[in-house]
Design a protein around this ligand. Structure first.
Ligand code: UD1
Ligand code: UDP
Length: 378
């Protein structure tokens, strides 16, 4: 099969690595980078470290308003998809690059596979929620990271749904040993194992609200522990225009590469984040996590006890910061780290006219993990 894969933002590069590796054994993959993220530390570093093949096309859209950026991507992508005539387009996650790719493919009548389908925050003020809803609804093949997402899609009437597990777990398993051998981040920043917390913030709801961002700054200033905070460029701009400043125990650093990030996450006593990827990686690495949001798509990390939703109220953050005791149970809610191979297996057995029914999902056919009915449906 000729597959056209679309990436554009930081988590999509990480998600692409294990899938490209699995797909390229059997299929021909054409990689398109929309250019949504473009700084070296937000883009090229992941291609270098993870050995992702160089993109065949870079649309170089850069930053912009939601409509402007998405429209630029669509306009530049359409002739490429029309010329390449792929059998399938793959998009992943919930970014504007995801939505642009899915819409262009749908308008040209080319089937789309959505990796990380079915996740929901149920908050339509989040740009990502709109991107997820629209992408799922025009995609032919829906690959889910969690059982909750798979059941949600099945209950909504979708049929070609596959619980394959989380491709980010594949990436974590593959690259963690490499990170352990090659990353020197702890020494570079002067951190000791389990004697610091790691923070990341970039959600629009937090960065675009001076009030919410100030509350986060206040909480971090009062936590009484060394904090390392790799700062997303969006957050850097927002912090620059705040009067509040961090105390010296909060070490602001540039965004780090994936291998350094793995090490920071694995050795932290605690992670506090509003990132979807970082919440899951905290779980993979058994590091307790506080989510600085009012809701999360990754509800299984919360119900398992490894993640607490704390919002941005400083008292709430600090109470959880000081009292968090992780559970001993560690269920495999994101699969077994072979999602890329499972996706490749599904695609090898798939033709546009082939539809797996909801019943077939439970048979473990076509490279899909067996779905277990339980209290996972929200
Ligand atoms: C995007 C995704 C979000 C994802 C995040 C991953 C959407 C709507 N949002 O958010 O779901 O969690 O990526 O990191 O697609 N910027 C730079 N250099 C870069 C990239 C961005 O300076 O290489 C700055 C620009 O000022 C830009 C801002 O960051 O306006 C926001 O970038 P954008 O890609 O629009 O959204 P993210 O917040 O990164
Ligand atoms: N990440 C990274 N360096 C950083 C911050 C994050 O490599 O400085 C990785 C992180 O480990 C995860 C992914 O980027 O794999 C998550 O991306 P982000 O938080 O930007 O987006 P989200 O997952 O919320 O969409």
């Amino acid at each position: 099969m000729k597959i056209l894969s679309i990436v554009g933002a930081r988590p999509e590069f990480i998600q692409a690595a294990p899938v490209s590796l699995a797909l390229r054994g059997e299929h021909r993959e054409i990689l398109v980078h929309t250019g949504q993220h473009y700084d070296y530390l937000m883009s090229q570093t992941f291609f270098d470290e993870l050995g992702i093949p160089a993109p065949d096309y870079n649309l170089e859209v850069g930053s912009g308003s939601h409509a402007g950026q998405t429209a630029q991507m669509m306009t530049r992508l359409e002739p490429i998809v029309r010329d390449e005539q792929p059998d399938l387009v793959i998009v992943r996650g919930d970014t504007n690059s995801t939505l642009a790719g899915a819409l262009v493919a749908a308008k040209l009548g080319i089937p789309t596979a959505h990796i990380e389908a079915g996740e929901r925050s149920f908050d339509r003020s989040m740009p990502e929620e709109i991107n997820r809803l629209l992408t799922d609804s025009v995609s032919s093949l829906l690959f889910c990271a969690s059982q909750t997402a798979a059941w949600r899609l099945v209950a909504g009437g979708a049929t070609d749904v596959h619980w394959v597990g989380d491709v980010m777990l594949d990436a974590c398993r593959r690259y963690l040993p490499i990170a352990r051998r090659s990353s020197s981040i702890l020494a570079r920043v002067g951190l000791l194992d389990s004697e610091y917390s790691l923070v990341t913030i970039h959600r629009a709801a937090n960065t675009d609200s001076p009030d919410r961002l100030s509350q986060i700054v206040q909480a971090l200033n009062s936590c009484g522990e060394t904090v390392v905070f790799p700062v997303h460029p969006r957050t850097r701009h927002a912090l620059d225009s705040l009067p509040a400043r961090f105390g010296p125990h909060v070490r602001l650093i540039e965004p780090v590469g994936y291998l350094d990030m793995m090490m920071l996450e694995a050795h932290a006593r605690l992670i506090a984040t509003d990132s979807g990827g970082v919440q899951r990686e905290a779980y993979f690495l058994a590091t307790p996590c506080l989510t600085l949001r009012d809701e999360t798509e990754w509800t299984e990390t919360v119900t398992s006890g490894w993640n607490r939703l704390v919002g941005v109220d400083p008292d709430g953050i600090l109470a959880a910061w000081r009292s968090f005791v992780p559970p001993t149970e560690y269920p495999p809610i994101f699969g077994d780290g072979t999602a890329g191979a499972r996706i490749a297996a599904v695609l090898s057995a798939w033709t546009p006219s082939h539809r797996v029914t909801a019943d077939a999902i439970e048979t473990n056919g076509h490279g899909t993990l067996p779905l277990v009915r339980g209290d996972v449906w929200k």
